[in-house]
Ligand binder design. Structure first.
Ligand SMILES: Cc1cc2nc3c(=O)[nH]c(=O)nc-3n(C[C@H](O)[C@H](O)[C@H](O)COP(=O)(O)OP(=O)(O)OC[C@H]3O[C@@H](n4cnc5c(N)ncnc54)[C@H](O)[C@@H]3O)c2cc1C
Length: 391
């Protein structure tokens, strides 16, 4: 190969795992080459600028954590705004605050005090428990009814959950809902975490900061790219996949683990989300970033209005346009974005087989939601990378 100094790390995937790794490695004096098959950097946190609004292209992302070290770290790169997630549920045209709290109970039953709300919940829970006649809940419906009673279940849980999973609640296992916290205070803040917000200027700013000092190439798929596609000054027609040892000492892989091993045990399954995005000629469509549609008959699960993540109060009206996304929860098929791992025995067993291969592979670090076949929020991904020893 011509004109080429070897990298310390080849990082496949520029999402938060790959980008945070690149940052930490660069800080430790290492040279990193980051590739991504998408046309942009940032993985699922990437935002597209539409009419001056940062549109969360791969689903709404709200940063939240209790981990002060992670919060201080991200804020040292970019300040975060004061966005507080307070979703609202729309059930047949009536609105309810989420998560379930005193505002919800007032809207549901007209109760005013915590004591009145608790009495109503207890009464409905008792009805559900009596119906089971001493049996354990056998499915998600029975489980939810015993935890919060029929009004909350039927109006706020049933339809939404069925749309999310594409199956009836009576066919879903009870363990999916272990707890359904209810708050006997007037508090619409969805998260219990100490810190939450959105980076000022959007997530792309955070990603740019994390990748400062690394060489990055987009539109390059590790499985089909040739070395010359990634390093134009280098004459080498070998597939990157076969040549990565020539390019870098070590590799961090954040793509799909089953694909890495040529699907030799079979394909892992996912659920995904289809987004229907619309730009509207009005400054304020729904008055909130997140509105859940909890009835089964409405085909989408949520509408996201992106400007509310970063504009507050009168500033909402500074831009005469707005962008919304309707979210449709969908079965994943190859070619679609693999978003959520399927949490069942079959997929867990399959992942275990791939994991045992990965454990033997000392020159590749597998990390992030696709390589570990796990749902991770953003903060735990960053925390995980921060705990790694990079040598
Ligand atoms: C719809 C949705 C909503 C979410 N909302 C939140 C939220 O509100 N709050 C929160 O904390 N977390 C949220 N998350 C989780 C968050 O997205 C993840 O924690 C985070 O993106 C994980 O980063 P990652 O690097 O593991 O994966 P990703 O962001 O998926 O990055 C992986 C990257 O690898 C690239 N890649 C894959 N294969 C290849 C290949 N063969 N060659 C080259 N490149 C490849 C991909 O193109 C991608 O850019 C959400 C996730 C989803 C799916």
């Amino acid at each position: 190969m011509k004109n080429f100094t070897k990298y310390d790390y080849l990082i496949v995937g520029s999402g938060l795992f790959g980008a945070t790794f690149a940052y930490c490695a660069t800080q430790a004096g290492k040279r990193c080459l980051v590739i991504d098959r998408r046309p942009q950097l940032g993985g699922n946190v990437y935002c597209e600028d539409v009419e001056g609004i940062h549109v969360h292209k791969y689903g709404a992302h709200i940063f939240h954590t209790n981990d002060k070290q992670v919060w201080d770290f991200v804020n040292s790169l970019v300040p975060f705004n004061r966005y507080t997630n307070s979703p609202v549920a729309n059930y047949k045209g009536k609105l309810y605050n989420l998560p379930f709290n005193m505002n919800t109970f007032y809207q549901m039953w007209g109760v005013i005090t915590p004591e009145q709300a608790q009495a109503k919940i207890d009464e409905q829970k008792a009805e559900a428990v009596a119906k089971l006649g001493g049996m354990e809940p056998q499915n998600l419906e029975e489980q939810a009814l015993t935890l919060v009673g029929k009004d909350i279940y039927e109006k706020l849980i049933k339809g939404y959950t069925e749309k999310q999973w594409g199956r009836s609640c009576t066919e879903l296992p009870a363990f999916i809902i272990r707890r359904l916290p209810v708050r006997l205070v007037y508090d619409n803040n969805y998260f219990n975490d100490a810190y939450q917000g959105i980076p000022v200027g959007g997530y792309n700013v955070l990603i740019e900061k994390l990748l400062e000092g690394s060489d990055c190439v987009t539109g390059v798929d590790y499985f089909i790219a040739k070395v010359g596609d990634v390093l134009p000054n280098v004459v080498n027609e070998k597939l990157l996949k076969q040549a990565w040892h020539d390019i870098a000492d070590k590799m961090v892989f954040t793509g799909k683990i089953d694909q890495f091993y040529d699907y030799r045990f079979g394909q892992l399954q996912y659920r995904t989300v289809r987004f229907e995005q619309e730009t509207l000629d009005m400054p304020n469509y729904q008055g909130n970033a997140v509105i859940n549609y909890t009835e089964r008959e409405v085909p989408f699960t949520r509408i996201i209005e992106h400007k509310h993540f970063e504009s507050f109060g009168q500033a909402v009206y500074d831009n005469p346009k707005t962008v919304i996304s309707r979210e449709y929860s969908t079965e994943w098929t190859p070619g679609m974005e693999p978003f959520y791992p399927v949490n069942d025995d079959k997929n867990a067993a399959l992942y275990k087989q791939y994991k045992s291969l990965a454990d033997q592979q000392t020159d590749v670090l597998f990390g992030g939601r696709l390589a570990e076949y796990a749902y991770y929020d953003m903060a735990p991904v960053i925390a995980k990378v921060m705990q790694l020893t990079i040598d």
